[in-house]
Design a protein around this ligand. Structure first.
Ligand SMILES: Nc1nc2c(c(=O)[nH]1)N[C@H]1C(S)=C(S)[C@@H](COP(=O)(O)OP(=O)(O)OC[C@H]3O[C@@H](n4cnc5c(=O)[nH]c(N)nc54)[C@H](O)[C@@H]3O)O[C@H]1N2
Ligand SMILES: Nc1nc2c(c(=O)[nH]1)N[C@H]1C(S)=C(S)[C@@H](COP(=O)(O)OP(=O)(O)OC[C@H]3O[C@@H](n4cnc5c(=O)[nH]c(N)nc54)[C@H](O)[C@@H]3O)O[C@H]1N2
Ligand code: SF4
Ligand SMILES: [Mo]
Length: 691
């Protein structure tokens, strides 16, 4: 029996692998033996359509030919050297993933930011958690979700906003439902423009208009101030910026807020009353908040409510982001975004750079002082001819980035693209010059951190197929061949972890007390300082990670959608996920049971809008935005608000004809987090007659 972690969502369920089958690990505190359909069917896809050997081609219209690792690594190292000489370090970009192990992430940071001098390592977390990262950092002084899953079973009121947890974080949602069964007075509020499975289970569902979350949060704060339902002692002792915040929310009276959000004043008052009267309030959010041109401000507006009411640092209470990918947390800890360094450090901080340079045995000044490119800036860099080498690992940007026409055009211009993936074909492989076969889950050992800061050792239990190699080993071998033998000496992932954890000592994400041997006995939550104990929750002493120890209120106004609907594009399209599928389907598209569950893409539309187009159930609709078109069979549902549409993100060009959500979306991003507004764009509809 081997213990590991589910490689899908950020719930981070512990698994046991016994004789080639997986089951939930009862000893794992996060899931206590439970798994959802994705975890349960995991084994079925791990051998299908794998990439077995490196492959290369001189031009994108030529066929790939298999090559040896020796040839592939030689080619890559030559190309890195010539790109450095011709473009400078920032001409090299590596785009990674929350599906890396922490060890993969760490070695990639050392290679890119340390040895190559390019801070342009970014991850798909930029499309996912980066607004939560910047929200936590701005409000608390450090990243890190303060809560644990035990809070799900200790809360009186779960405020679920912009998250379809029943489908996307099923085991977290199960634990919440378990709490409501145990404590019938407990309430679940769901704020989502769609009638999701999560909303159907709610005691109160607020179907707000997309992009009005800040209005809603400020509207709640306005009422709490009016009713004088504040925790004044907490406010005065532990926060800053209250006056400016109070002045801001004065502009959000209930009538205005209800109108903007498209809900009734009664509904607004009902939710504000729950905030006022519940002993313990837990806010859970995910992409409906983060994927927004004001994502950071949305996160801070939610945190404001916790500061106003002192709902933090105690069981059952606090702001709790639900992490998307299995190791997006570990990625943040290891510095896996273009403005970060390992141990929750920042590129912009000269002291932080010096600490990391010293740890890496590199000369002072090796790490460049400016942040690197975000993934969208990498695309712009390709367009401008400023990027000479684009290296993609464990993500499928030819499906998951916004404005795909523009992305594809940029990829076609790329002088040299490396795609390091476990599967072949993928949509992004079409744009590669060099393919590197990666070992995936079960074939490499290393650690992942889930949403509740629980670090789990994922143990290998099978050999990689063909010549596939763990990502960290690929990065390390490239580093050695570039002349950095001393920097990449490790023989095992356990040694990588030991070097990495030393960089977390004394930092908020301290895991200096952990190692692989200890984790083999069971998962551990950080902070885990060497030789010390720490509370399970962050900020139980109500001292925050800011210089004055106070959490900061944000006084931001709601700006609404970056691309609001208008006469030419009168609908708001939102995008998201389905219970069975995982992202771009590289695994789940190859599993019969899941294909049956979700056989084809679709668009959700309100009956009134469908009637205007004379559209009946299942008929094809053409959806057009300023950037592209796609077609979907209509799914008519009274639950969705009129004027709002929904399409799932899962169908790229390999899996359906012309049904890409991201053909339509735009890249306008939050100025603080760089996270694009994947949740809303303006579109027009046309019935496709005879289809
Ligand atoms: N089954 C499944 N589970 C997954 C994944 C998967 O691919 N499949 N992926 C994982 C990953 S990486 C992630 S990031 C998470 C995402 O998890 P979630 O964020 O829960 O999933 P989404 O479907 O992307 O979006 C959630 C909801 O946001 C709503 N929404 C849209 N616009 C707004 C708005 O303006 N305000 C509010 N309040 N809500 C809005 C949408 O209607 C949608 O129901 O799921 C993880 N879990
Ligand atoms: N319209 C719209 N677009 C979105 C979103 C949305 O809600 N709406 N959500 C965004 C979000 S939150 C996310 S997280 C992204 C996800 O988007 P992607 O990251 O593009 O999606 P995945 O299909 O998970 O891609 C992971 C890739 O890594 C490969 N892989 C798996 N394991 C390994 C490994 O160990 N090593 C290597 N090298 N490869 C491996 C898989 O085969 C797959 O090709 O999509 C974003 N795009
Ligand atoms: S809830 Fe998430 S981590 Fe748990 S089994 Fe399902 S996909 Fe895997
Ligand atoms: Mo995500």
């Amino acid at each position: 029996m081997v213990r590991t972690l589910c490689p899908y969502c950020g719930v981070g369920c512990g698994l046991e692998v016994v004789e080639g089958r997986v089951r939930g690990d009862r000893a794992h505190p996060s899931n206590q033996g439970m798994v959802c359909v994705k975890g349960a069917t995991l084994m079925e896809a791990i051998d299908r359509d794998r990439l077995h050997t490196p492959m290369a081609r001189a031009r994108l219209d030529a066929p790939f030919r298999p090559i040896s690792w020796e040839t592939a690594l030689g080619m890559l190292v030559d190309r890195l050297r010539t790109t450095l000489a011709e473009y400078g370090p920032e001409g090299i970009c590596l785009y990674g993933s929350g599906q890396f192990l922490t060890e993969d992430y760490y070695v990639a940071q050392k290679l890119m930011k340390g040895c190559l001098g390019s801070n342009s390592f970014d991850a798909n977390s930029r499309l996912c958690m980066s607004s939560s990262v910047s929200g936590y950092v701005q409000s608390f002084g450090a990243d890190g979700p303060p809560c644990t899953y035990d809070d799900l079973e200790a809360t009186d009121c779960a405020f679920v906003i912009g998250a379809n947890a029943a489908e996307c974080h099923p085991i977290v949602f199960n634990r919440l439902l378990r709490q409501r069964r145990a404590n019938p007075a407990m309430r679940i509020v769901v704020v989502d423009p769609r009638p999701t499975e999560t909303a159907r289970q709610a005691d109160l569902h607020l179907p707000i208009r997309p992009g009005t979350d800040i209005d809603l949060a400020h509207g709640i704060a306005h009422l709490l101030l009016r009713w004088d339902r504040l925790d004044r002692r907490f406010l005065e002792a532990h926060t800053s910026g209250f006056e400016a915040f109070a002045a801001t929310v004065a502009h959000y009276p209930p009538e205005t807020v209800a109108r903007r959000c498209g809900i009734t004043v009664d509904a607004l008052e009902a939710v504000a009353r729950l905030w006022a009267e519940s002993g313990r309030v837990l806010t859970l959010w995910s992409m409906g908040i983060n994927q927004s041109s004001e994502g950071t401000a949305k996160v801070r507006a939610l945190i404001n409510l916790h500061l106003l009411t002192g709902q933090i640092g105690k069981p059952g209470a606090g702001p709790f982001s639900l992490t998307g990918q299995p190791n997006a947390m570990g990625g943040r800890e290891a510095g896996g975004l273009s403005h970060l360094l390992p141990g929750y450090r920042f590129i912009a901080d000269a002291g932080h750079r010096a600490q990391v340079e010293a740890h890496w045995g590199l000369a002072p000044g090796s790490i460049a002082p400016q942040r690197g490119r975000t993934v969208w800036e990498m695309i712009e860099g390709l367009e401008a001819g400023e990027v000479g080498l684009f290296w993609v690992a464990a993500t499928n940007p030819a499906v998951s980035l916004p404005d795909l026409e523009r992305v594809r055009a940029a990829l076609l211009r790329s002088p040299f693209t490396v795609v390091q993936d476990a599967y072949y074909p993928t949509e992004t492989a079409e744009f590669a010059h060099l393919l590197l076969p990666a070992a995936q889950w079960g074939e490499k050992t290393g650690t992942m951190t889930n949403s509740e800061r629980m670090v789990t050792l994922c143990q290998a239990f099978r050999d990689p197929p063909g010549e596939a190699r763990p990502d960290w080993q690929i990065f390390a071998e490239v580093g050695r061949r570039l002349g950095f033998a001393a920097q990449f000496p490790w023989g095992s992932a356990a040694e990588v972890f030991d070097e990495y954890k030393a960089l977390t000592g004394g930092r908020p994400c301290d895991m200096s007390g952990l190692d692989h041997a200890l984790l083999a006995a069971g998962p551990r939550r950080w902070p885990s300082p060497a030789g010390g104990e720490a509370d399970a929750r962050l900020y139980t002493d109500l001292r925050f990670a800011t210089p004055d120890g106070r959490a900061r209120f944000a006084a931001c106004h709601s700006r609404g959608l970056a691309e609001p609907p208008d006469d030419g594009y009168p609908f708001v399209l939102t995008t998201g996920r389905l219970y069975g599928h995982w992202h771009t389907q590289t695994r789940t598209g190859r599993i019969e049971k899941i294909r049956k569950l979700h056989p084809h893409p679709f668009i959700e539309i309100h009956p009134r809008d469908a009637a205007k187009l004379d559209l009946s159930e299942g008929e094809a609709v053409e959806v057009r935005s300023r950037r592209g078109v796609a077609r979907f069979p209509a799914r008519i549902t009274a639950g969705i608000a009129p004027g709002v549409l929904f399409v799932p993100m899962h169908w790229g060009s390999l899996w359906a004809e012309n049904a890409e959500a991201n053909a339509l979306t735009h890249p306008i991003a939050c100025p603080d987090s760089g996270e694009p507004e994947l949740k809303a764009c303006a579109v027009a509809l046309r019935r496709v007659s005879g289809a």
